[in-house]
Design a protein around this ligand. Structure first.
Ligand code: SF4
Ligand code: SF4
Length: 194
């Protein structure tokens, strides 16, 4: 079973700290050396605010991941209990974004070594001038797989609204619920007459 991060809307205060921390965690420590206009602010979770609820939404690392099932390029795989997008092979077709039931995938400009990537075979003629077109790829939560420290959003949230769920926790939770259900049966006593 895959790991995933889930939010408690009763604790979330909508401060967006998790989004900022996500961007910093994936910036390769170059964020503070860049001009403001050059910063690629593409958080991999998105704080949703309505009159009724405030909570971040991100990839649930589905077991039968629809995004992986439809990717025509095999760019989405299951690795170490998480669903990962290989941006090097992504062609930006957006199919994964269309099928994600959580709206957890977005298309972003691809960067390499802090620089925007350009397409080799396609040019844009915006403003009547031909110039290399930016490469756009799919992006979503990767559980901060490269850091080795776990999801940064969970670590920074000031209200502990986010939690990393791992398979053993789900099993423990289910076990607790089964015990509670069994205890509920006690008052009924002997049911042999039914
Ligand atoms: S950091 Fe925590 S409280 Fe702030 S928006 Fe994110 S989940 Fe909500
Ligand atoms: S956008 Fe990229 S990752 Fe998504 S389905 Fe297309 S090729 Fe695959």
């Amino acid at each position: 079973m895959n790991n995933f991060v889930v939010a408690d809307p009763d604790k979330c205060i909508g401060c967006h700290t998790c989004e900022a921390a996500c961007v910093v965690a994936h910036s390769g420590n170059r964020l503070f050396e860049q001009e403001e206009s050059e910063i690629a602010f593409y958080p991999r979770l998105s704080v949703v605010e309505t009159e009724a609820v405030t909570a971040p939404v991100q990839c649930r690392h589905c077991e039968d991941a629809p995004c992986a099932n439809v990717c025509p390029n095999g760019s989405i795989t299951n690795k170490d209990h998480s669903i990962i997008i290989n941006q090097d092979t992504c062609i930006g077709c957006k199919t994964c974004m269309l099928v994600c039931p959580y709206g957890a995938i977005q298309m972003v400009t691809a960067y390499r070594d802090g620089q925007k990537q350009r397409q080799s075979g396609l040019r844009s003629n915006a403003a009547g001038v031909l110039s290399p077109k930016e490469r756009i790829v799919a992006q979503k939560c990767d559980l901060c797989e490269e850091s080795g420290n776990g999801p940064e959003c969970v670590r920074v949230c000031p209200t502990n609204a986010l939690q990393l769920i791992v398979p053993s926790q789900i099993e423990q939770s289910a076990s607790r619920k089964r015990i509670a259900s069994a205890q509920l049966l006690q008052p009924f006593g002997d049911l042999s007459g039914y």
